[in-house]
Ligand binder design. Structure first.
Ligand code: UDP
Length: 354
């Protein structure tokens, strides 16, 4: 069985690390990886392939630095060419980026089966480019691998029971990655203070709206008076902070370049809590038994909220500080919300049996 996997952005490399490992243990599966080039900096791309031992991409389309339309359009055109040459049995796409949508769309027009990993998630915020990408990708897929029961419930509400698309509860491949790499973590080459807060900011709704961004940074400064904030910063956010001369007090916020996954795992294992607008990091906080405060107005990972592991605060300074002050730390993280680390294996087996 020939599977073409399409990746392009950091979280997709991490998901692919888990799934490609599972594929490699099945001799019937031949996997060919296309890297669209959406994320291309060494610390946003190469480092993950190297340290997580993801098979080297067979194709790098080198498409980046463009607006949504040009990026998705160029990806669609170039992926289609590869699919026509390679004639795969399946195209596998992850999550909700432009690479996901372009890959699925190219495959759909060529009548190639599509597997969507991390399907069924919804933020119910159609202003998010990710929401549009995931809804469209789900609808044209052949099989939807859902990480959670909430994702299945979303699809049921949208009528997927009456559509000829297979919906499967696979579990979350990011838990597979977290479990596999937990004992391989690496300390970043920086001074690590005690009781630090691990933070990331990169969602368009926070970076493209300067008021939201400044409000979050203000909150971090206040929190940093007590517990220093380590902020491995996405290049997009870094450029906006730089261009707009937003001041960062280094004694309160330790701004560092993006780190590799093994260093991220170290930071997760050693931090006091996580503050983020990342989808993946909300779950990783849970996997590494740390509370999370989410700097968004909604989340796709609703089970973290209903179980008290995560608090949604948006970007308002006072709400962020209040949530931080009121955070409880005596949480029982033993709940199985994401399938316990078997998702990639479930996906490989199900594709073989399809
Ligand atoms: N991550 C990383 N280094 C960093 C920041 C994040 O390895 O400096 C990892 C993080 O641990 C998680 C993934 O990148 O596995 C999340 O990606 P991102 O936040 O870019 O995307 P999202 O999950 O929001 O789609």
């Amino acid at each position: 069985m020939k599977i073409i996997t399409i990746v392009g952005a950091r979280p997709q490399f991490i998901k692919a690390a888990a799934v490609s490992r599972a594929f490699s243990s099945h001799s019937e599966i031949e996997e060919i990886i296309i890297h669209t080039g959406q994320h291309f900096d060494a610390n946003m791309s190469d480092i993950f392939f190297e340290e997580m031992q993801i098979p080297k991409p067979h194709y790098n389309l080198d498409i980046n630095g463009l607006g949504h339309g040009a990026m998705t359009g160029q990806m669609l055109e170039k992926i289609e060419k590869v699919l026509i040459d390679e004639k795969p049995d399946w195209v596998l796409v992850y999550g909700d980026t432009n690479s996901t949508l372009a890959g699925a769309l190219a495959a759909s027009k060529l009548h190639i089966n599509i597997a969507h990993v991390e399907a069924g998630l919804r933020s119910f915020n159609m202003k998010m480019p990710e929401e549009v990408n995931r809804i469209l990708t789900d609808r044209i897929s052949t099989v939807l691998f859902c990480p959670t029961q909430a994702a299945i419930d979303n699809l049921n509400i949208e009528g997927y029971k009456n559509i000829d698309i297979k919906v499967s509860l696979s579990g979350d491949v990011m838990q597979d990655a977290a479990m596999f790499y937990a004992d391989k973590s690496r300390k970043p080459d920086i001074d690590i203070p005690n009781n630090f807060v691990l933070a990331t900011i990169h969602r368009a709704e926070n970076t493209d709206d300067l008021q939201r961004l400044k409000s979050i940074i203000d909150a971090f400064h206040k929190i940093g008076e007590k517990d220093p904030v380590i902020l491995p910063l996405h290049p997009r956010t870094f450029n906006i902070i730089d261009k707009n001369n937003i001041e960062i007090d280094k004694s309160k916020i330790k701004l560092i370049k993006p780190v590799g996954y093994l260093e991220m795992v170290y930071l997760l294992q050693n931090c006091k809590l996580v503050m983020t607008d990342s989808g993946g990091l909300q779950k990783e906080a849970f996997f590494f038994e740390k509370p999370c405060i989410t700097l968004r107005d909604e989340t796709e990972w609703v089970e973290l909220i209903s179980n008290g592991f995560n608090t949604i605060v948006g970007a308002h300074k006072d709400r962020i500080i209040k949530a931080y002050k009121e955070q409880k730390f005596d949480l029982d993280f033993s709940k199985d919300l994401y399938g316990g680390g078997n998702a990639a294996d479930n996906i490989a087996k199900e594709l073989l049996a399809f």
